[in-house]
Design a protein around this ligand. Structure first.
Ligand code: ZN
Length: 328
């Protein structure tokens, strides 16, 4: 048990030389969460947010910890709050916190919020609103940084056979590789160590080990770092809010199952018509089952959108790799 006001935990980040001291606080009682709502979160306008859990957002998954940090107004002693959803489930204070998640006037800053949205939506009956997704801002920044179509295509080379990308260039003009947080830090020369991996089953155990709580808090600090850098560099455009809404709600028509059962939706490519919506969206893709405009499909009547075409090409590449000795 941690006291919210006095026992702030110190988290030291390995950020290339001098690790800054950071702090987090576990909210695992109604009293602690109510105190946080009345102090740190009161009057908050911008909130960095991330969720941890086992099979987060998927059918049969469990949301365990919600990590949040108030970014605006700025605080002289910023603290990441780690809200223990499993312990506080169905409590009145958690319901009051969920009102912030649904609140249109509190902006939530996330990095790939798709599964966070699903966890809130399907497990808690809460619809996350007013979101900026930095994973999209990263993609949008590429053209602002002068990335050519050749560089865009080159990002696909690990996922696809490079010769195929070059040969069928027109098929990949709208296909963007998503960047994880580690590649985002590297691409933007942000000096922080990417987080490591963690056994997701650990999120179900109580009490949660301190190193897992530090891990959850560290994600939030990376989100804050990227957000501040993107703001300074002009990568947060007014359209990002609308684009993020389309992105995080991708699964609002059906809850994801394990990723091997969702080959056309669980992949490292940006789904189509998130950045720019086509019109009319009257053609359903046979792969991802999304309704898209005709401009998202190859000519000659293909029933698979450009992204699903790339997913099929990746499956072919993997099959060939297996035939050629298991390396691909
Ligand atoms: Zn598709």
């Amino acid at each position: 048990m941690y006291s919210f006001s006095s026992n702030l935990q110190s988290l030291r980040l390995q950020t290339g030389g001098t690790p800054p001291s950071k702090s987090w606080s576990l909210c695992d009682t109604e009293k602690l969460l109510d105190e946080a709502l009345a102090t740190t979160l009161s009057g908050c306008q911008v909130l960095a947010l991330d969720c941890e859990g086992d099979k987060l957002g998927q059918q049969g998954g469990t949301l365990s910890i919600i990590s949040v940090r108030a970014l605006l107004p700025p605080s002289s002693s910023p603290t990441t709050l780690l809200i223990d959803v499993i312990t506080l489930t169905r409590s009145e204070s958690l319901k009051r916190f969920f009102a912030l998640i649904e609140c249109e006037s509190v902006q939530k800053i996330v990095y790939d919020g798709r599964m966070d949205f699903c966890a809130f939506f399907y497990e808690c009956g809460v619809r996350m609103r007013n979101v900026l997704d930095l994973q999209l801002a990263d993609i949008l920044s590429r053209s602002a940084r002068g990335q050519s179509i050749q560089t865009q295509n080159r990002r696909l080379h690990g996922y696809l056979d490079p010769s195929q990308v070059i040969r069928e260039r027109s098929m990949y003009a709208q296909v963007h590789m998503l960047g994880g947080m580690a590649s985002c830090l590297k691409d933007h020369a942000l000096n922080a160590t990417p987080k490591g991996s963690i056994d997701h089953q650990a999120w179900l155990r109580r009490p949660i080990h301190g190193k897992h709580l530090s891990y959850a808090a560290y994600d939030i600090e990376l989100i804050e770092l990227i957000y501040n850098a993107f703001q300074q560099r002009g990568y947060i455009q007014s359209s990002l809010s609308e684009q993020s809404e389309r992105y995080i709600t991708l699964w609002s028509d059906m809850q994801p199952q394990a990723s091997e059962n969702n080959l056309y939706r669980s992949h490292p490519l940006l789904p189509l018509e998130i950045l720019v919506q086509g019109y009319p969206q009257d053609k359903e893709c046979n792969g991802c089952k999304r309704k898209l405009s005709r401009g998202s499909f190859p000519p000659l009547g293909s029933r698979y959108c450009f992204v699903c075409h790339a997913v099929q090409a990746n499956m072919t590449k993997k099959r060939r790799g297996r035939w050629n000795g298991g390396r691909y």
